[in-house]
Design a protein around this ligand. Sequence first.
Ligand code: SF4
Length: 273
Amino acid sequence: MASPKSKDSSMPEQDLPAGRRDGSNAKPRPRPVRRTSRYSPADVHEIFRRLSVQRPEPKGELEHVNAFTLLVAVVLSAQATDAGVNKATRALFKAADTPQKMLALGEAKVGAHIRTIGLWRNKAKNVIALSEALIRDHGGAVPEDREELVKLPGVGRKTANVVLNMAFGQHTMAVDTHIFRIGNRLGLAPGKTPEQVEQGLLKIIPDEYMRHAHHWLILHGRYVCKARKPDCPACVIADICKAEEKTTSIPAPLVPIVPLDPLDEVQAETKAD
Ligand code: SF4
């Protein structure tokens, strides 16, 4: 195969100084990161069809009773396990399930409820501040709008996407550590930032699967396509997957999965990463 021409074609290649073959000393440019999916629309459809058969009605694992408690639970879940958050919020949400009640409870009591969760001091402050902001700016309701949600204390794009998807059924994609890994490892939606992966996934996932796609990918990443060692023999998309790390091309049997009970969930999360 012909090699690309050097800039100075009059100079024979063997006379070029050390460094780049075109004679410049500039460092070779890093290879551009592939930004498009490695999968055809039919492959993507089949991936989500299988994930939907496995978990027909996937539920987020964060317990909540309304949009407000979901928002609080997601804010508390940063750098904490869902099971750990659920343990703390059961009593908290019994005491306060609206911004008004949360404000009345006060920062010290909120802190006492969530003391087992990492960064609890800061999170207690944010829960009170976001309750105040909801009352002041939104009449105590959780806004159905990403721009408004991200103005609330402690709420970033990912949290806003989770709330829009779970509380309001919007077709958003909240990219957490599992989805970011899957997007890149499989080449499903490669990207250097969560937002690039988010945009890539939104482009390729068929509309009919968008409602639950976020949960399917999180659960797949948490329990099967794990960070350190993907469990390829247990994977229902092993024949379609194009990840370099995959260890088998034989897909696992496609059967519905029984949800884990809370204790198994804690153990599985501990083992997952
Ligand atoms: S085959 Fe392996 S690497 Fe590919 S999605 Fe399944 S678990 Fe992940």
